[in-house]
Design a protein around this ligand. Sequence first.
Ligand code: MSK
Length: 644
Amino acid sequence: METKILSVLEERISKATENLIAIDVMEAEYAKLLAIGQEKNADSWITRSQNQSPHCKFGETGVCCKICAMGPCRITAKAPKGICGCDVHGIVARNYLRFTAAGSATHSDHGREICHTLHETAEDGNYKIKDPDKLIRLAQEWGIETEGRDIYELAHEVAFEGLQEYGKPFGTLRFLSRATKERQETWAKLGIEPRAIDREVSTSQHMTHIGCSSLPDVLIKQALRAGLSDGWGGSMMGTEFSDIMFGTPKPIDTEANLGVIDKEYVNIMVHGHDPSLSEMIVEHANDADLIALAKSVGAKGVNIVGICCTSNEVTMRHGIPMAGNFLQQENAVLTGAMEAVVVDVQCIFPALGPLSKCFHTKFITTSVVAQMPDAEFIRFNAQTAGENARNILTAAIENFKNRDQEAVYIPQMKAKARVGYSCEAIIKQLDTVTSSYIDELGTWKPLIECIESGVLRGAVAMVGCNNPKVRADFAHIELMKKLLKNDIILVLSGCSAQSAAKGGLMNFEAKDIAGAGIKRVCELANIPPVLHMGSCVDISRMMILVNQVADQWGIDVPQLPVVGCAPEWMSEKAVSIGNYVISTGIDTFLGIVPYVDGSDVVKDILTNQARDWTGAAFTFETDVDKLGDAMIQRIEEKRLALGI
Ligand code: MSK
């Protein structure tokens, strides 16, 4: 009986590798890996999640306050106020603001590191300028002299000005001028134009200290401001400067899911968010002496695969295969075929160290920001980047001989994907449809015409993580399929993009499950029906896209039939993103409710009142089908209001 089930499963998997991969097929494979781990007494997120359930209701509803040492205070019917007198609405809003500020700080600190890397670029250095045109455009946008300048001298000045954005004493962020006039006026009127990036995080911490703000509307406005300093500040610089140094992404073919791990090769998994290290690893992975070393230990070569947003960065620019997203990080180690897990910052399970010890895998941390137990710490920095990368590659290659080949189990499932859709790439692709529209930087008119005519009903920006509270990838993939059937095109980033890639939705052939309108657009423009726009910080690309589209259409951003969605989010960064997305005028649909259920006032601000402020608000809905229906309904309402 068991053999029969396995053979049915194997047949489905072999079909899945060619077409769409069903979630239940993936889950069956993950279960096999989990069983391998259990034999080795390995821990897993599934068991840890079970151990943590049920979750603390005070924490889950946001009513626990521990911002001073008089508490912790927990709000109940018997104790409706904290010791300082703050009511539940103030406590929930303060917690929400702190959550947002942490997310904003995290994205923006990533952006800061990228600024420093840009400042280190040199003709003969580890980092070079790969997109000088983008650098010059950005310098001109910032009013920096470009005529007759050495490109590296220019890069250093732009990097310096970028770093000034973090702590400048006066004014507001430079990139706000990229938003439509209407957005800029809305932010100014509401008093949420972000000033220096660090200042908004710092002010958020100050406002939530004991004895400062406890008015929920004031606290939520600051959350919007802190979010904006991320999306239109730190994240946007992270994206733009990465493009300048590593190249602006353009369409490239790759593959996704655990089947990209190769038994015959030295496998190295890069994981985290900052592309500075992974770019170097990719650059040196094919050095002749390292390939010779790999062959000398019995491998055919070196195979780099990615997890989370570091993966998104190197797949967008080099087509490096994606082993998976957030909840796949342990599975990749459980295959027993991973010589090294090399991590930079964010979304890395501290569990990877102990898990790696159950196998021959080396767990290598590289950033002072993310240091963990059972890891080898190789401090990475821009001056020694090439040497750091080669040392890591050498250590991984030499570790190949310690692998137990008999015990390796790599699920043979992978899907083809086309990735690399920066704004520049999308515009270029659209211009192939209507060449008469070509100008220097292209135009969004073909896209606007498709939406106006109803060939496309609208667009959804789907982003965010996996969360053990819900079935991994299920909401992402089911919602994408539903939206595609309704002729709603998708732009994706972060772990949502990897869900789509694993499920086969970034394959050109996936157009066949979409409605007739999208199918036609995909055929004409030669694009897959869901477009990979990059990592978490690259949601800034989406902000530029919607603002340029609104501007060229001659309408305001909130009028666009476009919504945002994070169906399985889990991180503080995701809440920061949500805040800047609604501040940008895009309704945002969440499948996981933030820790605000304890205050009807805060919930009402986020889901209703925010619309009066910014033209957009959150919708919280944990039922996947209803979440999809709500997005479609909102898009149709916007179409109706536009008279299209
Ligand atoms: S990696 S923040 S789990 S999307 Fe950007 Fe994925 Fe969420 Fe991390």
